[in-house]
Design a protein around this ligand. Structure first.
Ligand SMILES: C[S@@+](CC[C@H](N)C(=O)[O-])C[C@H]1O[C@@H](n2cnc3c(N)ncnc32)[C@H](O)[C@@H]1O
Length: 481
């Protein structure tokens, strides 16, 4: 039941705050994804543009900032957040976000939170909410940093709490940066994780217009041809659907997509010229963003793509995502470790280019999914890395002589990137790793001084704070002819 339904007294809380609370509860109780639950709740409550924007800020800010806010709430309440009733804690998180990160006047943030507590949580806790939030609001954001630091048992715990990351995630990110000799960038990365990303669009090759024309057509809708992807545009605020319409290209040729994902697909498609008749495989294709880029590139070069996805539902999303280039893309649904993923047993089941965009922890896309960092645990990694290795083994066995495989993750965790790749290369000693950094650097749109891909490994690691993309890992492997 909605928090404002069912015969309770008429709320004196703004509807945006009630919606935000309901979404936090959906996320906590039903494991909902905020980016799906939020639009549904906004529609259900009939919120208009401004209220919808407020609900969105409250939800994403308080979910992203949960680690920091829980620590501040605990310090203010003089008890651990885990000892506070779950509904009251959500009211406090929303209040803390308004007090510390938004420009909401203190009295409004406190009063609305107290009313929200009466309405949706436990009215007997209204005094507690009032007291805790008054304490929170009396101290500035910077002073809270000092108090968190003073109370934290270790420097890592302090940084993790101040930047609202689980400590194990912070350490994994630092390990990945350190492997590039860039551990000093950690704080910039953690800050970038807390900024909602700018919306990027891909203009698929074959759309009929070039990026200059796209920028001219989409300028009024906020589109700018910028970012590292040579087919990418960025939206400077505004509505993505309007921006897509403004380009007036055939359906599906302009689409919302992170520019790191665009570069990952293009690295495989553009590392060498396409020969007509090449067979490509996208082994883990759902929901089909990279397949669409591969399909458009393959179509222009006279190649074809087999797109495989284990989940039937997500395979259907791949079909929709590739409708514009359907004549170059065949979609099938199998486990990528099974022979059926590679063919029906009647023809050669070797491929000239294979993309393994493996299921992963998603630690490279924390900006995008505000609750994601709290949903993953170190215990998830062994299962994921085992699956990644098995998918790579099966894919490597289906690489044609002279063929190239791209191993891609939207996680920079070394256990999911270099460790998995090097394990698979040891098991397939006839394969050799190519210089993906040179390939990605070579196809990226001109950036003064180059794309700044650091480290000694041949693979390319993109980063939100350095490249403005998700933290995509891209490795390229060749089977010598
Ligand atoms: C990182 S996502 C791929 C994203 C996609 N390439 C895109 O750009 O839109 C990984 C996909 O692998 C799929 N997957 C998981 N296990 C798989 C398996 N054993 N075989 C094939 N696909 C699998 C997941 O369902 C998920 O859709």
């Amino acid at each position: 039941m909605s928090a404002n339904g069912g015969g309770r007294r008429r709320p004196r809380v703004s509807p945006a705050r009630v919606v935000a609370y309901d979404v936090l509860r959906d996320v906590a109780d039903r494991d909902a994804y905020a980016n799906l639950a939020l639009p549904a709740r906004i529609r259900e409550a009939g919120l208009d543009g401004r209220d919808a924007a407020l609900a969105t800020e409250l939800v994403s800010g308080s979910l992203r900032g949960r680690g920091r806010y829980d620590r501040i709430i605990a310090l203010a309440a003089k008890r651990p957040a885990s000892a506070i009733d779950a509904r009251t804690l959500n009211v406090l998180r929303l209040g803390a976000h308004q007090l510390l990160a938004m420009r909401t006047a203190s009295h409004a943030a406190v009063n609305e939170s107290v009313e929200l507590q009466r309405l949706v949580a436990n009215p007997a806790g209204a005094g507690f909410v009032n007291g805790v939030l008054r304490t929170v609001g009396r101290t500035t954001d910077e002073q809270w940093d000092e108090r968190i630091d003073a109370a934290a048992p270790t420097a890592d715990a302090s940084l993790a709490e101040r930047t609202s990351h689980p400590t194990w995630v912070l350490r994994a990110l630092r390990d990945a940066l350190r492997a590039e000799g860039r551990a000093d960038e950690l704080e910039r990365l953690l800050a970038a994780d807390n900024e909602p990303p700018r919306v990027s669009l891909a203009l698929l090759p074959g759309s009929g217009i070039d990026l200059d024309t796209a920028e001219a057509l989409g300028g009024e809708a906020g589109l700018v041809a910028t970012g590292p992807s040579p087919i990418g545009l960025e939206l400077d605020g505004g509505d993505p659907a309007r921006a897509v319409r403004s380009l007036d290209v055939p359906d599906g040729y302009a689409r919302v997509q992170d520019q790191g994902s665009q570069l990952a697909a293009l690295a495989l498609a553009r590392l060498r010229p396409v020969r007509a008749g090449e067979r490509w495989l996208d082994l883990c294709a759902g929901p089909g963003g990279k397949t669409a880029v591969l399909g458009a590139e393959a179509r222009l070069g006279g190649a074809s793509v087999r797109a495989n996805e284990v989940s039937e539902h997500r395979a259907e999303l791949v079909r929709r995502s590739t409708a514009a280039v359907a004549d170059a893309v065949e979609v099938v649904s199998h486990d990528g470790r099974d022979p059926e993923a590679y063919g029906d047993g009647r023809g050669p089941e070797l491929f000239d280019r294979i993309l393994v965009d493996a299921p992963c922890s998603g630690l490279g896309a924390l900006r995008r999914r505000p609750e994601a960092r709290w949903r993953k645990a170190p215990a998830d990694l062994p299962g994921l890395t085992a699956l990644q290795g098995q998918l790579l083994d099966a894919a490597m066995d289906h690489l044609a002589p002279g063929g190239v495989l791209a191993y891609v993750t939207c996680s920079p965790h070394l256990a999911e990137t270099r460790v998995v790749l090097e394990g698979a290369l040891r098991r397939h000693p006839h394969l050799r790793e190519l210089d993906a950094r040179a390939v990605v650097g070579g196809i990226a749109r001109g950036v003064a001084g180059g794309l700044d891909l650091a480290g000694d490994a041949p693979s390319a690691q993109l980063w939100p704070h350095r490249h403005g993309t998700d933290a995509m890992f891209i490795a390229l492997v060749e089977r010598p002819a």
